[in-house]
Write a protein that binds this ligand. Structure first.
Ligand code: SAM
Length: 500
């Protein structure tokens, strides 16, 4: 066992490159405003961001490309991750991105101060659940030493009680993989075959089918990723309350969930559940109270180092811009009790206004058709359905922004595209107006990258550029249809917000 393996079960293999939409300053701002929490950086163009356990560096590169005035730093234990991330950043011309190879457990306060500036945002996605106590303590020490007062922590973790049904399954998987010869993929194939046999035999210890089946499917598509995800002795989902307690020494407080609709009682609880909820002791911590009836498995929570109330005008001042062509907008939110939607007249009024250009939430709420809706209702519907995106800045007219985005998208598509396509991992296309990126699969990213490189934005030219198997007319046709579909859904909105 190497030292690294002793700190992190997946240290022998590379993690998948993946971008998560929540790592966007504009989305953090909106989620906090929805929870009435203040976050108004003095200079939006000069933030410092640290991604702890940055993996292959995709998030760092996308944020650095979208925000040329920011300093974006990735820190990871695995040299294989850091080496590749540095190469991608260099190829994309990102002189404001840098990567540090370090074991967080070994960074004391003095080392943190030597290596890192004070930062405004820390991202820590998919780390806490997978690491032993010394690493968790290291994360807290780093936050204490380097997260600026008023700064944010975006933490993605497997949460209890939602994930409790996978605790036994994870143990069975880990034991089934032990001793299997070969690399991660072989171990995963063997262990997941055991899991399938347990399911088929009717084991009472496995999660229900709607949870288990996607896990089995993901493992079949990307076995090495599944090994990284499940074969670690340190794997522990946590209660929000326990995470908050552990973050306490860094004086970190809870700000908001990055997906607020997942916990909204009026959306997620049946009438009977609401009645049951009303009778629970108010002395229970709020997030645990909510979890008595709501299933939240993976949580992406925003924490603040010094929580203050937001100004009354904070939410209304936020501007949103369309991310999809209005005729293709799907404005329905999935809930545990069905689908939530607005009226046709409200949808039409909102989309009509947004088609003219970015709109403040205050102005959308003042539309006559929306008089029954609050700024909050409108924000939730537009933001959580990805119909419209909060802006971090005006759509830049300076061609330097476009050049950075073009080079970064092209580098990511070339370097990570084939792997992302095979594993279904989400990549991202740089969108400077949102200060981040839009999540995209490889096909959409290839279309964006090609248009940005000067290929005319029509299905014939793009098919010609992107198709790989010209000898197979069915394959060419399938690519062309997929390109037509993407262009009809997004092209006008993408042009308006500066994706292409
Ligand atoms: C599950 S991956 C998540 C990667 C990335 N944050 C993402 O969301 O795609 C966990 C990452 O944490 C890193 N890591 C684990 N233990 C660490 C430690 N002690 N110090 C620094 N990085 C660590 C791993 O190398 C790995 O890249």
């Amino acid at each position: 066992m190497t030292d690294a393996k002793g700190r992190y079960g997946g240290a022998d293999s590379r993690y998948l490159p993946a971008f998560g939409v929540d790592a966007s300053p504009a989305r953090l701002h909106l989620a906090l405003a929805l929870a009435d929490v203040h976050w108004e950086p003095a200079d939006r163009e000069r933030l410092r961001v640290l991604d702890i356990g940055c993996g292959r560096g995709l998030t760092v590169c996308l944020l650095a490309a979208a925000n040329p005035g920011w300093e974006v730093i990735g820190l990871d234990l695995q040299p294989v991750h850091v080496a590749e991330a540095r190469e991608i950043a260099a190829e994309a011309g990102l002189d404001n991105a840098r990567f540090i190879e370090a074991d967080i457990a070994e960074l004391d306060e003095a080392a943190s101060v030597r290596l890192l500036p004070e930062v405004d945002i820390v991202i820590c996605n998919g780390v806490w659940t997978w690491v032993p106590d010394p690493v968790r303590l290291g994360i807290v020490a780093l936050l204490k030493a380097r997260l600026a007062p008023g700064g944010l922590l975006l933490m993605g973790y497997n949460a209890l009680p939602g994930f409790a049904d996978c605790i036994a399954m994870q143990r069975f998987l880990m034991e089934a993989a032990r001793g299997v010869p070969g690399g991660d993929a072989e171990k995963a194939r063997a262990a997941f075959a055991v899991l399938r046999r347990m399911r088929d035999g009717g084991s009472p210890h496995l999660p229900r089918a709607e949870v288990l089946d996607p896990i089995l499917e993901a493992a079949a598509v990307a076995p090495a990723y599944a090994a990284h995800e499940w074969f670690t002795p340190f794997w522990r989902p946590v209660f929000h309350a326990d995470l908050l307690r552990d973050l306490g020494p860094a004086q970190i407080e809870f700000g908001a969930p990055s997906r607020p609709s997942a916990a909204l009682h009026q959306l997620q609880l049946t009438a009977a559940q609401r009645e049951g909820y009303a009778q629970l002791p108010a002395s229970m911590p709020e997030e645990i109270l909510t979890d008595t009836f709501i299933e939240r498995r993976f949580r992406n929570d925003i924490f603040v180092r010094g929580r203050r109330p937001a100004a009354a005008t904070a939410l209304g001042d936020i501007r949103l811009a369309l991310g999809v062509n209005p005729e293709h907008a799907v404005m329905t939110l999935g809930t545990r009790t069905g689908l939530a939607s607005l009226t046709d007249a409200q949808n039409a009024a909102l989309l009509d206004a947004l088609e003219k250009g970015p709109q403040r939430l205050r102005d959308l709420a003042a539309l006559p058709a929306c008089r029954d809706l609050s700024e909050r209702d409108i924000a939730l519907m537009l933001y959580e359905t990805y119909t419209a995106h909060p802006l971090w800045r005006d759509v830049p007219t300076d061609p330097a922004f476009a050049r950075r985005a073009t080079r970064c998208n092209d580098t990511i598509a070339r370097r990570l595209g084939a792997e992302a396509f095979a594993s279904h991992a989400p990549l991202g296309a740089v969108v400077p107006a949102v200060g981040s990126a839009f999540v995209m699969g490889m096909t959409s990213l290839a279309i964006v990258a090609a248009i940005r490189m000067g290929v005319p934005a029509d299905a014939d030219h793009l098919t010609d550029r992107l198709v790989q198997r010209r000898d197979d007319p069915d394959a060419v046709d399938a690519v062309k249809r997929s390109i037509e579909n993407t262009l009809s859904r997004h092209l006008a909105a993408w042009r308006a917000i500066g994706v292409v």
